[in-house]
Design a protein around this ligand. Structure first.
Ligand SMILES: [Zn+2]
Ligand SMILES: [Zn+2]
Length: 340
């Protein structure tokens, strides 16, 4: 019952490998040719020779690493076909995960393999929605592949934050967010909910907010917290301060007036993770598909074969097999689950 694609798609120590194209997908070591699904650090490592990715992902990589020379990056717009040689065609489809995130579609020997990268099905104003691409083999993540993981609508979680600012106008509201994707998604969602004050941001978030602005996103007024003197800090009461998750627990946050720490992550459904982050308020905001999303997506591709890269592999494998899908675990290493 093996897929024919096993003859040309392999797992090597560097990561998932397409042999006839001599090309890796999201390798965790520097390689000659890499397809990069999106800019998160556990997928987009530095030091590759050529990189096939969306223009947005290349821009993110250039912002984070200085060694992606312009010559080494091959920008591919969604749907644009690229001949990788030896009869392999590559094109990218939206993954709905973060700005520029893509599924890698590889066609060879009459077969189509889709590597989803990280993806989600919930709406996100910072990126194009996930597109179903019918295929023979669907390669999926399984970060939140347990029935307990059901992600609420973003608006509900944003409403919690806004309610809290009404109830505790004397407290500065710290929101822990990852710099790439989560930060910008929360900012736009707060604007849609009518929040009109400037955002105050930790310095570590500045570069990527500015990069999104070059792609046309309008976050309204925002300002680095570092520009606010100790004397003026009282103005932060009842306002939103965005910071990286690590800053919630360190001295930086204690300089804010009466801080109320919250954390935006898919893991906030788990109490122990909330405590671990020292968050008083949990905002369940995930950039990954939840349990239903993973199953629906894998089935919607119509793929008779599903390969699962990492995460809670067994539960997903079991359910897909119940649906007659031939599902197997790839056990890829080097994916950072925390950084959703
Ligand atoms: Zn990611
Ligand atoms: Zn990832």
């Amino acid at each position: 019952m093996n897929a024919r694609a096993e003859k040309w798609m392999h797992v090597r120590s560097e990561g998932l490998y397409c042999a006839p194209a001599n090309c890796y997908i999201d390798p965790h070591a520097a390689v000659e040719r890499a397809i990069i699904t999106h800019g998160h650090a556990d997928h987009a490592r530095s030091g590759h020779g050529s990189v096939f990715a969306t223009p947005e992902t290349l821009a993110i990589m250039r912002t984070r690493y200085s060694d992606i020379s312009v010559g080494g990056g091959v920008p591919l717009h969604y749907g644009q076909r690229q001949d990788l040689g030896n009869g392999v065609i590559l094109w990218l489809a939206p993954a709905g995960h973060i700005l520029g995130s893509a599924q890698a579609v590889l066609e060879y020997d009459g077969q189509r393999v889709v590597i989803s990268g990280d993806f989600k099905r919930h709406p996100d104003p910072t990126c194009k929605p996930f597109e179903i691409v019918p295929c023979d083999v669907f390669i999926t993540e399984a970060t939140f592949a347990l029935p307990v993981f059901q992600h609420p609508p973003l608006e509900e979680e944003i409403h919690k934050l806004i309610r809290s600012m009404e109830i505790f106008p004397e407290r500065s509201h710290l929101v822990g967010v990852y710099a790439l994707g989560k930060c910008q998604r929360i900012m736009l969602a707060l604007r849609s909910a009518g929040y009109s004050h400037p955002f105050y941001v930790h310095g570590a978030l500045k570069k990527l907010i500015e990069l999104y602005e070059t792609f046309g996103f309008d976050f309204g007024p925002w300002q680095p917290v570092s520009e606010i003197s100790a004397k003026e800090r009282d103005m932060l009461r009842g306002k939103i301060i965005l910071c990286p998750p690590s800053a919630l627990a360190d001295r930086w946050s204690r300089r804010m007036p009466d801080p109320l720490p919250s954390m935006a992550s898919g893991w906030m459904q788990i109490r122990a993770r909330v405590r671990q982050r020292r968050a008083e308020m949990a905002l369940i905001v995930s950039d990954h598909a939840d349990w239903d999303g993973l199953i629906e997506t894998a089935l919607a591709t119509g793929a008779p074969n599903v390969w699962i890269t990492h995460g809670r592999v067994e539960a997903l494998q079991y359910v897909l097999e119940q649906h007659g899908v031939n599902a197997k675990a790839l056990n890829l290493i080097g994916r950072d689950e925390e950084a959703d």
